[in-house]
Design a protein around this ligand. Sequence first.
Ligand SMILES: Cc1cc2nc3c(=O)[nH]c(=O)nc-3n(C[C@H](O)[C@H](O)[C@H](O)COP(=O)(O)OP(=O)(O)OC[C@H]3O[C@@H](n4cnc5c(N)ncnc54)[C@H](O)[C@@H]3O)c2cc1C
Ligand SMILES: *[C@@H]1O[C@H](CO)[C@@H](O)[C@H](O)[C@H]1NC(C)=O
Ligand SMILES: *[C@@H]1O[C@H](CO)[C@@H](O)[C@H](O)[C@H]1NC(C)=O
Ligand SMILES: *[C@@H]1O[C@H](CO)[C@@H](O)[C@H](O)[C@H]1NC(C)=O
Ligand SMILES: *[C@@H]1O[C@H](CO)[C@@H](O)[C@H](O)[C@H]1NC(C)=O
Ligand SMILES: *[C@@H]1O[C@H](CO)[C@@H](O)[C@H](O)[C@H]1NC(C)=O
Ligand SMILES: *[C@@H]1O[C@H](CO)[C@@H](O)[C@H](O)[C@H]1NC(C)=O
Ligand SMILES: *[C@@H]1O[C@H](CO)[C@@H](O)[C@H](O)[C@H]1NC(C)=O
Ligand SMILES: *[C@@H]1O[C@H](CO)[C@@H](O)[C@H](O)[C@H]1NC(C)=O
Ligand SMILES: *[C@@H]1O[C@H](CO)[C@@H](O)[C@H](O)[C@H]1NC(C)=O
Length: 649
Amino acid sequence: MDRFDVGLLWKLWLISIITVNCNAAIPKESYQSQISVQGLYNASDNVVILNVTNFKSSVYEDTKGWLVEFYNSWCGYCLRFAPVWKEFANDIYAWRDIVVVAVIDCADDDNNPICREYEIMHYPMLKYFSINAHPPSLGLSMEKYDDINELRHSLIDLLEREQQEGRGISWPNIAPYRNYETTNIWKAIPNNVKYVFLLFERTDSHLGAEVILDMHKITILQIRRVLSDNELLCETNKITNFPSLIVLGRNETQTFLKIRIPTREGVFNTMKEFLISKGETIPEQNSIKNHSIKIENHKLSVNTPKQLQATGQIENTEISGDYLYQLDLENALKYSISHEIPLHKMIKDKKMDALKKYLNVLAEYFPLRYGNIFLETTRDIIKKRNNISGEEFSQIIKSIEEEMSPVYSGPSKWIGCKGSKERYRGYPCGLWTMFHMLTVNFAILNKNAEHEPRKILEAMHGYIENFFGCADCAQHFVQMATKNKMFDVSNVNDSILWLWSAHNEVNTRLSDDDTEDPKHKKIQYPAAEHCPNCRYENGTWNEENVLVYLKTKYNYTGINYHDSVKTHKNNGNNSNKLKIRQERLVLNKYTNNKKTGWDFTIFDISICVVLYVASAIILILVCIKFAVKRTYRKRHYVSLLAKCDFYFC
Ligand SMILES: Cc1cc2nc3c(=O)[nH]c(=O)nc-3n(C[C@H](O)[C@H](O)[C@H](O)COP(=O)(O)OP(=O)(O)OC[C@H]3O[C@@H](n4cnc5c(N)ncnc54)[C@H](O)[C@@H]3O)c2cc1C
Ligand SMILES: *[C@@H]1O[C@H](CO)[C@@H](O)[C@H](O)[C@H]1NC(C)=O
Ligand SMILES: *[C@@H]1O[C@H](CO)[C@@H](O)[C@H](O)[C@H]1NC(C)=O
Ligand SMILES: *[C@@H]1O[C@H](CO)[C@@H](O)[C@H](O)[C@H]1NC(C)=O
Ligand SMILES: *[C@@H]1O[C@H](CO)[C@@H](O)[C@H](O)[C@H]1NC(C)=O
Ligand SMILES: *[C@@H]1O[C@H](CO)[C@@H](O)[C@H](O)[C@H]1NC(C)=O
Ligand SMILES: *[C@@H]1O[C@H](CO)[C@@H](O)[C@H](O)[C@H]1NC(C)=O
Ligand SMILES: *[C@@H]1O[C@H](CO)[C@@H](O)[C@H](O)[C@H]1NC(C)=O
Ligand SMILES: *[C@@H]1O[C@H](CO)[C@@H](O)[C@H](O)[C@H]1NC(C)=O
Ligand SMILES: *[C@@H]1O[C@H](CO)[C@@H](O)[C@H](O)[C@H]1NC(C)=O
């Protein structure tokens, strides 16, 4: 094995310095700063505030489109809509040289002439003014939605029409590729473009246009959409799944890129990882960073905060309803790989197989916010081994985590899995949540995976049987797997339902048990109030609707980033760190082309030993403190090291 060479360290250091200094922020346009505070919007929002003097000079004869909200600051609907409009403006801030989001307050007497002239009959009213619109155009009305995704989709439909009608020629092309265009793909493409990405998507998808607009400032690449009804292109490229992404380099053959998470952010990350692997630097973008996507399915009605407060369930109104939280997923993962697995003295044979399968599904399907390189690297190292001690595993995790920091997007605390008291919930709740999330997204991404329908279930089974610290839980689970014929499950949807049903069986058993959090009763899930149509009138399950419910809740796109660290601040340290980390990765993975064999120097090992001893002492002290404090005895957990292990003591 090679030694870690000092020259490489220098290169890393140099590159870090260079990337940090070159990370010039895109100058923020400042129409806002000239405008005084008024109405429901002010200078700190990314919307342009128009008034009677500047309205016409802004929206007419401009090279950009203008999307204007005519509102009335006294209208209740407008008050509720304002946060949506602000969020929408943030969401598409990167498109501001293509379309400007603006507002005008019709409650302001001065603006009356404008609101009258534009025939504003109700509030709020959205109007789109095309590029180079001329008076007396009154703009196109656009339907209003309370959901920024729907607003964005309907804006895209408008922009697409603009292009079809011959305006917006200077914009990035958001029209899909047609067959005849491919004869010489590079012919019409400027010389500075090094890569062309083709995003294959369904005809009703807006993903391609979103990504094109999000990334249009990056001049070294061009993105084009190809629709699923373009049989020629789909067949020649052997595309059967949508969305799919391929990249063409000027002198290279095409490469198929795997989109792990089929969302705007996911596609962005896939492209970014590719470009970084080619040694390209990408300017920071400031849209797509800040859209927290909420569950859209209207069937998922949520308790109103008022009801919840009345029953004393919750102080923080944001934590209501049945949501999937990123921090719960991350904390379950972290506890599992940094704590539970390392508790095993020696991992080999059956345990080692289980570990490999588990790491494999994590690397493939766990939605780490900053990319899965951390998990992929871990998997690749373990794959080559046939045994490993828990201690070494722990050291490996620590070094990769440090090398690739930041790995996790927030603090070690539970959100959806937070118990009313410290002893309740936490890790086991997070683990269930994580495996439900994995079965669902595996099914969504592998609709036709006849070959491995039980991939997630088997990985889970192996993990629970071999590593889960609650020994009698594991025993029950393994028995249940046999009894309920887990190994006969033969399609991906059934694997979701199998786990759902198994979990309900556990819920039934634990209902009214001492371990039950009195504030979070074990129910047959999902609750009727969250999914009224999951049960037939006679009370039996409507599994078809349950499946839809589970697929919506545990869908990647439903992840709530509550309390995750705000990422991607334009020049914050986080994005620099991320960049440095990816540069390093490139060096490791591509430039240096080292075997990923892990080579510890004496120095590394001694540091590890010191850290290990120190943390062990701290752990023991804290645990002693807990043990003394806590009179409560937990029946069910036979934890390997100490009772408090389950709760991040
Ligand atoms: C594999 C496994 C086996 C276990 N076996 C035992 C055991 O034998 N004895 C024991 O005392 N404890 C057992 N536990 C722990 C126990 O199931 C709970 O995890 C723990 O009591 C915490 O409960 P909770 O209220 O946080 O909700 P959990 O049951 O942990 O559920 C977590 C979240 O998942 C969602 N959910 C609930 N039910 C379903 C469902 N059917 N389908 C999809 N999503 C659902 C809900 O949003 C819920 O908040 C086991 C845990 C695991 C992971
Ligand atoms: C409209 O806004 C501009 C600043 O953009 C300001 O100078 C002007 O005074 C405003 N007009 C009225 C009538 O408020
Ligand atoms: C804008 O309004 C928000 C509240 O809506 C307020 O917190 C903020 O300070 C205001 N900013 C300015 C510059 O007035
Ligand atoms: C591609 O190949 C041409 C000649 O075949 C060469 O001039 C050009 O520099 C190459 N471009 C890249 C990016 O390698
Ligand atoms: C991100 O979005 C949230 C609401 O969705 C908003 O409160 C916050 O101000 C936004 N942050 C930035 C930097 O735009
Ligand atoms: C672990 O694997 C190595 C080979 O990879 C082998 O030499 C060693 O004996 C194994 N140790 C145990 C305890 O199985
Ligand atoms: C799984 O369910 C989805 C609908 O949620 C359906 O489109 C798909 O065909 C189903 N797959 C299988 C293998 O049954
Ligand atoms: C309940 O109703 C559903 C649909 O109406 C039916 O398929 C099912 O057999 C019924 N179950 C029982 C136990 O009556
Ligand atoms: C996952 O969520 C996205 C966005 O909410 C939605 O478009 C998609 O249909 C969902 N997938 C499934 C299978 O429910
Ligand atoms: C970045 O971190 C350093 C300390 O590590 C701090 O001094 C600096 O203010 C931080 N910069 C930003 C933009 O947060």
